[in-house]
Design a protein around this ligand. Structure first.
Ligand code: ATP
Ligand code: MG
Length: 176
């Protein structure tokens, strides 16, 4: 199964991000459906389902955030994947260390190691071929989340979907 750890914004925040995007952020790429808005903490890639329990046990022992709020007030563009994104302008040392811990939990069950620097971001468009213009109005959007979610990335008839497999909310654990 293809897995990643991420933060799942509140539904209302997803809607607000989508309406800001519709209003001012244009690009020639594919818009990410609002239901798929997320912030990736650690991408594990393919993990054998038999390792899921061990993975969750490792994460149970980490210090995880209960609820949290970020402010998305920065726009970024990565030309090679053609990704337009928004993220927090302020440094996020707590998220960075959390991302490192979750990445190591993944490595313990065979996931490969992430070499790229962690950049907290929420993807708005993929597959852009032309650098998008700067949005007419800069973002200043809340991103509120509850705990950490382990997602399975599934490709279906209607495109990609992220299914929560497990969630650690307010320190507690629930198997989805
Ligand atoms: P698609 O691959 O069809 O464009 P996607 O990128 O949304 O869709 P996944 O490739 O399963 O779906 O990725 C899930 C999440 O993990 C996304 O946030 C993606 O940006 C991130 N991700 C995917 N591959 C990597 C990677 N090699 N390193 C870091 N993050 C990755
Ligand atoms: Mg991908």
């Amino acid at each position: 199964m293809r897995l990643f750890f991420g933060l799942d914004p509140l539904a209302g925040d997803k809607r607000a991000i989508d309406s800001w995007r519709q209003r001012v952020a244009t690009a020639d790429g594919r818009p990410v459906p609002p239901a798929n808005f997320h912030l990736t903490l650690a991408f594990l890639g393919e993990v054998d389902e038999r390792h899921l329990e061990a993975l969750c046990d490792t994460v149970d022992d980490l210090a995880l955030p209960g609820t949290g709020e970020l402010r998305l007030d920065r726009v970024g563009y990565w030309p090679r994947p053609g990704i337009l994104w928004i993220g927090p302008a302020a440094p996020q040392p707590a998220l960075e260390s959390l991302a490192g811990d979750l990445g190591r939990a993944g490595q313990a069950v065979g996931a490969r190691r992430e070499r790229r620097r962690f950049v907290p971001h929420l993807t708005l468009y993929r597959g852009c071929r032309v650098p998008p213009p700067a949005p007419a109005e800069p973002p200043d959007l809340p991103f509120r989340f509850r705990g950490v979610t382990l997602f399975e990335s599934r490709r279906g008839r209607d495109g990609i979907r992220y299914e929560p497999v497990a969630a650690w909310e307010g320190g507690g654990f629930s198997q989805r």
